[in-house]
Design a protein around this ligand. Structure first.
Ligand SMILES: Cc1cc2nc3c(=O)[nH]c(=O)nc-3n(C[C@H](O)[C@H](O)[C@H](O)COP(=O)(O)OP(=O)(O)OC[C@H]3O[C@@H](n4cnc5c(N)ncnc54)[C@H](O)[C@@H]3O)c2cc1C
Length: 355
């Protein structure tokens, strides 16, 4: 529907679907999709937060989590910028099917990866590939504030033509003094001169890129090996890692501090999960997740990231014990109230779930 809705002085909540309004190719295999709320409600979120979209594929709905790449300082619309992998299911569906006028169910916004939670005078935003999305939102927000800011913005890409948002960032950097852009590429594009950095991010580059890195609040997002390289470089240089923040788009669960009374799932031990709402009882291994057990029992349960970040698979545990290793997708208050994330909770003994 191509009707311009006048903004309403009300804030959008995920009870309302989002309507796709446009899409734009950003770089090879990267698209930005814009959305508005059909009611005209405004978007209020912290720059760096994410949404989980329900994508109605031919094989049924799948859930994918994407950082909001736009800024809440431009609240009448919202964008996500998505990179398709060769065998993508969710993102590929968006490339092929998501068009203006279509409406999607959405959950969020969620997540705490935002400079709003760590205010500082100087920032180092360092990203690789699609990990640039939260940095774009945070930089646009700081730029729109009209106040002087001090951002060293580093992005690593395969080649210059694959740097996402390059022109938009250069435009912002050309209008204020506080945005210092640094590009690092693995290789160059044929017949295109390149004067930026070349190779993989390393400790030596860090000192050249931001001599005062010790004074900066660092936000990092990208593939796991990239973030590991950034962490190694910073720790090797004596950086205070309390000022380092990262967002993972995939990969293994973070090891969390074990609480003393936490019981670990045993390889050879069994458990029994009762799904009270469906009247089903399933015997399983303690190493299974509640999500795996629900699926095997034929009980539908929406999931997103599969690693305890997005919070889509939150369920109420009414009795029993689970071992949960999440990545920040559930609040302490919800845990206190008996909620768990099914994707990263292992049943210990007899457990009852309200599902
Ligand atoms: C908090 C958060 C924020 C995110 N923000 C963004 C964002 O702004 N833009 C964006 O493009 N993605 C983002 N992601 C990743 C996104 O949610 C999907 O995991 C990713 O796009 C893969 O989904 P798919 O449908 O493309 O592929 P799938 O159908 O899930 O998987 C297809 C193949 O891709 C591999 N794969 C799965 N996830 C990744 C990954 N992250 N990187 C590389 N290969 C993968 C799988 O192993 C599989 O082989 C975010 C994830 C999280 C948890």
């Amino acid at each position: 529907m191509n009707v311009l809705t006048k903004p309403r002085l009300a804030f959008w909540t995920d009870a309302e679907e989002l309507e796709c309004t446009s899409f734009l190719k950003e770089a090879p295999n990267v698209m930005t999709f814009s959305f508005q709320s059909p009611s005209g409600a405004l978007f209020n979120f912290d720059p760096g937060q994410f949404l989980t979209l329900e994508l109605p594929t031919a094989d049924g709905p799948v859930h994918r989590t994407y950082t909001i790449s736009s800024s809440p300082s431009r609240p009448t619309s919202l964008t996500v910028t998505v990179k398709a992998q060769p065998d993508s299911i969710g993102t590929r569906w968006m490339f092929d099917n998501l068009r203006p006028g279509m409406r999607l169910k959405v959950r969020g916004p969620g997540g705490g990866f935002s400079m709003m939670n760590h205010p500082a005078a100087k920032y180092l935003f360092i990203s690789a590939g699609s990990g640039i999305t939260p940095m774009m939102s945070m930089t646009t927000f700081l730029y729109d504030s009209g106040r002087p800011s001090d951002i060293v913005f580093v992005n690593c890409a395969k080649r210059p033509s694959e740097i996402i948002f390059r022109e938009r960032l250069e435009h912002m950097a050309s209008r204020v003094t506080g945005i210092d852009l640094k590009w690092i590429v693995e290789t160059t594009d044929p017949y295109q001169p390149w004067t930026g950095y070349r190779g993989f991010f390393n400790q030596l580059m860090l000192g050249l890129i931001a001599q005062d890195y010790l004074e900066r609040e660092v936000f990092c997002c990208g593939p796991a090996p990239f973030m590991q390289a950034v962490r190694d470089a910073l720790t090797g240089l004596g950086f205070d890692m309390d000022r380092y923040h990262q967002e993972s788009f995939g990969g293994p669960l973070r090891e969390v501090e074990r609480v003393p009374d936490d019981v670990l799932p045993q390889d050879d031990a069994t458990a029994v999960v009762t799904f009270a709402g469906s009247g089903k009882v399933a015997k399983c291994a303690q190493t299974d997740t509640i999500l795996m057990v629900a699926r095997a029992a034929g009980i539908p349960l929406a999931t997103g990231c599969g690693m305890g970040i997005c919070g889509t698979c939150i369920v109420q545990k009414t009795s029993g014990q689970v071992h949960m290793v999440h990545n920040g997708g559930i609040t302490d208050e919800d845990v206190e109230a008996g909620y768990i994330l099914a994707c990263c909770s292992h049943p210990i003994g007899d457990v009852e779930i309200d599902l």
